[in-house]
Design a protein around this ligand. Sequence first.
Ligand SMILES: [Mg+2]
Ligand SMILES: [Zn+2]
Length: 231
Amino acid sequence: MNLGPRTKLRPEHLPGRRAVFLDRDGVINELVYHKDVGVVDSPFTPAQFRVLPRVPQAIRLMNDLGLIVVVVSNQPGIAKRHFDLATLREFDRKLRTSLRTAAARIDAIYYCLHHPEARVKALRQRCACRKPGIGMLTKAARELGLSLETSYMVGDGLTDIEAGNRAKCRTIFVGRWKCEHCQFIHPQTLRPTYVAKNLWEAAQLIRSDLRQASDVASQPSLKCATSVATL
Ligand SMILES: [Mg+2]
Ligand SMILES: [Zn+2]
């Protein structure tokens, strides 16, 4: 290896940071039943944006575990004229206010605003960022110096799991019911690594997953310690 003066260790040669990618609707905030159109969808108004129980605590735990917390969310509501950009920013503001109750922090938020059948022409496109595309994850990895292989993707939709698996993350399906159908799901890209009832449970799964990983990593040094002790 040439370590002469012209050789620089560029950031991409350093190991990336570990992150948790979070889907938003159904994971962080409640889904909303829109009676007028008869669909369950994202909130359309600030009053409809309600953070789910123990989400600030779950995110605080992720912060304490040293993970970078990144929201990656498809939000075609502007494209479909359900709400505007100012409303989306208001959702963010409500979320950050709620996080303060647990001194929790979200490091970055990425939204895909596109939709292939958007009413707003500027947002009508088949993009690479709309999940199950992995554009938001790769962009975040680039901008924040993350390692996708050691990161987690948490979501309540199969598109979240598919995106996470395609990006080589570990994946956690969040749902109120046990994911019994997961074992029947083919192809492999749709199967989650873990299933959790909610984000709090997902955060705890991540904590034990990280502990297991560090136990494995620390085994050789334990052996050393033992041999020193028996000298
Ligand atoms: Mg969702
Ligand atoms: Zn997009």
